[in-house]
Design a protein around this ligand. Structure first.
Ligand code: FAD
Ligand code: NDP
Length: 516
């Protein structure tokens, strides 16, 4: 759309930034903006702000459609509103419950050991924090002179974005030299009776007004396991329904150890089971019918809440990508190493791209690097290899690099050495916490200095432990260097510097004492 046309369509508008847009339009007669970003989540905001810092004229659209249960939220995307941040806060709330009991063993006088959290107060605190982040985000955009429009954007053609302005509901268009698609995804619902009407997802749980009570969590990926664990820690009764295996794609031994830890903590798993229907009973509770695909038997149970955690779908339906010539695969956008789509000046970053990790730091760095390539002459590409990640269960599982299976598949079992060990965190002794699942391993090449291919750790604050080792692994860490590194005592991270037992040796990886 030409600048003239843009000025025409915005002339009747009361939209607050019309004047600024006009100024932009007149300074570049070809396009209204240098960059339009579709989606104001981790990826889109990072890209938009970096582009503005590079001097580009940037417009960012962000709009959230309410969930079937009616939940909606502000700018910032999944991570801030319904993902990492509220999840970490609920994880912390559940860890604190455990800490209260430990405190008694450490000599604290805690009068009421049957302490229960106040769910509504927790939700209020979490939501207040989110609102403050939403506000800071808007201020940040304004300070950086990124135009923000709270609407869905869709392609009219490859340079032309259409949206519905609010509150007037007027259809408008805007043109841009480059467009970055960063629309992310939303939770999927199974195609069974009652799923949407009666179930909720991670989009709802962090602002859920009533206590979840007995909860069926369907799905055993990151979201399913994390939600089940914080619900358990907060005193509710989750059950996890697993279609095939827990944590598909992760190291199998670590995943199974994590599931065993959850079982030990009283979280039951319904293995090889799929849901068939959800019905509301006369007492208001939810009757879930399901089918076990191994035994070929049907079963049912009654829950207060059903939480679908069966993965996410990319939000491409309303983008009208065909009009722009952008190719997709399995509901995601196909990009090359420079995040370029099949349309020359259209790029995509974050969860919406095909075949990349769906993680906030990945989305942020990819968005930032893309902006620098577009507007600051940078050539640096995003490196998607060896991205560290953490599953925030009570003993967290964190890893970087290859699983044992992947290393063996790529290099052959005879070329791989696995160092491993159970360990006993010092702070677990006094409250007599179970150390059964505190385990770590390093997957390495067998020859030379033994380059490390993957590090895996289950234990307290695993994310904090692995983050530093992730930098070392990216710098070519070897077993030789690791074992020549002096540990910090007494920490659990130091266990990586003491890994002396290989799986091949058959030696017992259980430690005799805390300092052996
Ligand atoms: P999003 O953050 O989803 O942002 C996309 C935005 O675009 C949304 O606001 C969307 O409404 C908007 N939008 C969609 N279509 C349009 C349109 N046509 N026009 C305008 N706006 C549009 N990652 C971690 O690294 N660590 C964690 O601990 C972690 N925990 C998570 C916990 C949960 C429960 C979930 C669901 C995810 C978690 N993630 C975590 C993943 C992380 O949240 C995502 O990887 C990240 O948010 C992706 O960012 P994005 O910008 O690609 O998409
Ligand atoms: P995942 O894809 O990780 O897991 C989906 C789970 O649902 C799998 O166990 C899958 O089983 C199961 N499933 C899929 N379809 C069905 C169905 N129809 N019926 C029953 N079960 C089904 O998705 P999540 O939503 O857990 O997470 C999405 C992404 O968000 C993650 O990949 C991650 O990148 C990000 N995330 C990151 C977090 C972190 O960093 N801590 C936390 C949360 C999310 P099967 O294996 O059989 O396919």
């Amino acid at each position: 759309m030409s600048a003239m046309k843009f000025l025409r369509c915005s002339a009747s508008s009361t939209f607050r930034s019309t004047l600024r847009w006009c100024r932009h339009a007149s300074s570049n007669p070809r396009y209204d903006f240098d960059l339009v970003v579709l989606g104001g989540g981790s990826a889109g905001l990072a890209c938009a702000k970096e582009a503005a810092d590079c001097g580009a004229r940037v417009l960012c659209f962000d709009f959230v459609k309410p969930t079937p249960a009616g939940t909606k939220w502000g700018i910032g995307g999944t991570c801030v509103n319904v993902g990492c941040i509220p999840k970490k806060l609920m994880h912390q709330a559940s860890l604190l419950g455990e800490a209260v009991h430990e405190a008694v063993a450490y000599g604290w006088n805690v009068d009421d050991q049957n302490l229960r959290p106040d769910w509504r107060k927790l939700v209020r605190s979490v939501q207040n924090h989110i609102k403050s982040v939403n506000w800071v985000t808007r201020v940040d955009l304004r300070d950086k002179k990124v135009e923000y429009v709270n609407s869905m954007g869709s392609f009219l053609d490859s340079h032309n974005i259409e949206y519905v302005a609010r509150p007037s509901a007027e259809r408008r268009q805007v043109t841009s030299k480059f467009v970055v698609v960063a629309v992310g995804g939303r939770p999927r619902y199974p195609d069974i009776p009652g799923a949407q009407e009666l179930g909720i997802t991670s989009d709802d749980i962090f602002s859920y007004e009533r206590e979840p009570g007995r909860t069926l969590v369907v799905g055993a990926g990151y979201v399913g396991l994390e939600c089940a664990c914080f619900l358990k820690g907060l005193g509710y009764e989750p059950t996890v329904m697993v279609r095939s295996i827990v944590l598909r794609g992760f190291d199998r031994q670590m995943s199974e150890l994590l599931a065993a830890m959850m079982t030990d903590r009283g979280i039951p798993f319904l293995g090889t089971t799929i849901p068939k229907s959800v019905e509301r009973q006369a007492d208001g509770r939810l009757l879930v019918r399901y089918h076990n695909t191994t035994t070929q038997t049907d079963g049912s149970d009654v829950f207060d809440t059903v939480l679908w955690a069966i993965g996410r779908r990319g939000l491409i339906e309303e983008l009208n990508l065909e009009a722009a010539g952008v190719k997709t695969r399995n509901g995601k956008i196909v990009v090359d190493a420079a995040e370029a789509t099949s349309a020359a000046h259209i790029f995509a970053v974050g969860d919406i791209i095909y075949g990349r990790p769906e993680l906030t730091p990945v989305a942020i760095l990819a968005g930032r690097l893309l902006a620098r390539r577009l507007f600051a002459g940078s050539k640096q590409l995003m490196d998607y290899a060896d991205v560290a990640t953490t599953v925030f269960t009570p003993l967290e599982y964190s890893c970087v690099g290859m699983s044992e299976e992947t290393a063996i598949a790529l290099h052959g079992a005879e070329n791989i050495e696995v160092f491993h060990g159970y360990y006993k965190p010092t702070e677990f002794f006094i409250p007599q916490k179970s150390v059964r699942h505190c385990y770590l391993k390093a997957v390495a090449e067998i020859s030379g200095d033994q380059k490390i291919l993957g590090l895996h750790y289950i234990g307290p604050v695993a994310g904090e432990v692995i983050q530093g080792f992730a930098a070392a692994l990216k710098s070519g860490l070897t077993v030789k260097t690791l074992l020549n590194t002096v540990g910090i005592h007494p920490t659990t991270a130091e266990e990586f510097t003491r890994l002396s037992i290989t799986k091949r040796s058959g030696r017992d990886p259980t430690p005799a004492s805390c300092c052996s």
